[in-house]
Design a protein around this ligand. Structure first.
Ligand code: ZN
Length: 187
């Protein structure tokens, strides 16, 4: 299971990260951070905390919270390149996954634009992954399904549950980590 935390919006209170990250450490689970790289500017507190602690995996969410499927190729490439540079500079990592904002869903177009973004991202060694389940759905016992009938993309083999530490979903972290139902199986 991949536990994925999205965004660190402006004004994000680092105490939330500290508190809930401890739950992952206690259980020896990895907290995957899906990062908006333009927002790392002026967040040395976040950068330092992440660099000084274990049980993190750094992946890409985007440069900004964009509908990447709607952007021209040149802009997508520019944002990927700026993001990779920022992640290298601040964390010395090269991400392998790109978890698109809104999981690649575009109003009126569903996931139709995902394959195009995925093709571009491949040039940078990034696997665009939009197959996931929100934490509330996960805890309700929703089945984890491959979305390829909508997105025409291959899903990851490792189930992803996503959540945010800046809204009430953070209150579900302990329950999520304790949730032992075998509902992550593909159907
Ligand atoms: Zn997001």
């Amino acid at each position: 299971m991949i536990y994925r935390c999205d965004d660190f919006p402006k004004g994000f209170n680092i105490e939330n990260l500290k508190e809930y990250h401890q739950e992952f450490v206690k259980r020896d689970e990895v907290l995957t951070l899906s990062i908006l790289c333009s927002l790392l500017k002026n967040r040395q507190d976040l950068i330092d905390y992440i660099n000084n602690h274990s049980h993190f995996s750094i992946q890409l969410h985007g440069w900004k919270h964009e509908n990447y499927g709607l952007l021209i190729e040149e802009k997508i490439r520019e944002d990927i390149e700026d993001s990779l540079e920022a992640l290298k500079k601040h964390f010395n990592v090269r991400p392998t996954k790109w978890y698109l904002p809104w999981n690649g869903w575009v109003e009126g177009k569903k996931f139709a634009m995902v394959p195009r973004v995925r093709e571009i991202a491949k040039d940078y060694g990034l696997d665009v992954d939009v197959v996931c389940l929100g934490v509330k759905s996960y805890l309700k016992g929703f089945k984890y399904v491959k979305l390829d009938q909508w997105s025409q993309t291959e899903g990851t083999e490792t189930p992803v549950v996503y959540f945010h530490l800046w809204n009430d979903e953070k209150l579900l972290i302990k329950e999520m980590l304790d949730y032992k139902e075998k509902n992550e199986k593909h159907i």
